[in-house]
Design a protein around this ligand. Structure first.
Ligand code: C2E
Ligand code: CA
Ligand code: CA
Ligand code: CA
Length: 279
């Protein structure tokens, strides 16, 4: 028994060592990924449920590792946060997204909103927030074309630095969306204090909305509450026509998910916009 226990211990340490090694390697590789152009953004349409038109898109990071292939953000974002690289990466994401929003808003002569994800580590300095506003001025993009997606825990964080930066974004017209709604600490009182533009119902509520009455009840309640507070609602992870119909019926404003489109490269997203403007 002792031996088995010993073996198991060894097995665990080996696995842990391997994970630690891989993490260190990926973190080192991530350092050059930005400068070598290995990161790219894909865009997932966000569709108005009333008429099915693409109103905006969420920009999502992809990493084409030269040897390991495509690495999911679920894997590398935590490494980027731990190492602080997320600061530089997030700056790149913002510029790239803003540049696309500008390009498409000009081309299609109506504002295309692009939303980006911003983690709490990226709320470290006021100068960082001001840098983004300067960039909008530089390229002549209205703040309204950018949406920043943040999580509930960030709003609940009472750090005055965070509140100050959110105020800077808001003053520039940038909109704020609450991501993964319903999965966090969910103290609803923050919704009263914090005026968000959008709220995204987490996919975990949408997944079973057809069969699970409590998921439907929660989604309906979230939508009613949000609307009373002047917040528009986006449902995440919409995969079936049925889910989309139920959400529309419940008064949900927008849907995002594989039913409409997977996240696609910029050129493909532009084609989707072209198709819709020709129709
Ligand atoms: P998220 O912000 O909740 O993004 C939505 C995720 O759901 C994306 O995964 C998207 O591809 C996926 N998704 C979209 N439609 C469907 C669907 O119909 N069904 C299912 N099952 N999934 C769907 P992705 O692209 O792998 O991103 C994962 C997470 O990585 C994001 O979750 C976000 O938290 C983070 N992330 C991605 N890009 C960035 C970034 O630029 N900055 C930061 N800080 N985080 C990012
Ligand atoms: Ca998001
Ligand atoms: Ca989300
Ligand atoms: Ca989610």
């Amino acid at each position: 028994a002792k031996k088995a226990g010993g073996d198991r211990y060894e097995f665990f340490t080996n696995a842990m060592q391997e994970t630690a090694l891989l993490h260190r390697r990926l973190t080192n590789d991530l350092r050059v990924a930005v400068s070598e152009g290995q990161l790219r953004l894909v865009f997932q349409p966000i569709v108005r449920l009333q008429d099915g038109r693409i109103a905006k898109a969420e920009a999502l990071l992809r990493w084409e590792h030269p040897e390991l292939g495509t690495i999911s953000p679920v894997e590398f974002i935590p490494l980027a946060e731990e190492s602080g690289l997320i600061i530089e990466i997030g700056d790149w994401v913002f510029r790239e997204a803003a540049m696309r929003a500008k390009q498409w808003s000009d081309k299609f002569r109506s504002n295309i909103q692009i939303s980006i994800n911003k983690s709490s580590v990226q709320f470290h300095s006021i100068a960082y927030a001001n840098g983004w506003i300067d960039y909008l001025w530089e390229i002549g993009l209205p703040g309204e074309c950018i949406v920043i997606e943040i999580t509930e825990s960030l709003i609940l964080n009472s750090n005055p630095l965070i509140a100050a930066q959110l105020a800077i974004y808001r003053a520039a017209g940038i909109q704020i969306s609450i991501d993964d709604f319903g999965t966090g600490y969910s103290s609803l009182s923050y919704l009263k204090k914090f005026d968000a533009d959008f709220l995204k119902i987490d996919q975990s509520f949408v997944r079973d909305i057809e069969n699970d009455p409590s998921d439907l009840a929660l989604s309906e309640a979230i939508i009613v509450m949000a609307h009373k507070l002047g917040i528009q609602v986006i449902a995440e992870g919409v995969e079936t026509e049925r889910q989309s119909a139920i959400l529309l019926e419940a008064g949900c404003d927008y849907g995002q998910g594989y039913l409409f489109s997977i996240p696609v490269p910029a050129a493909d997203f532009e084609k989707l916009l072209e198709k819709q403007s020709a129709a």
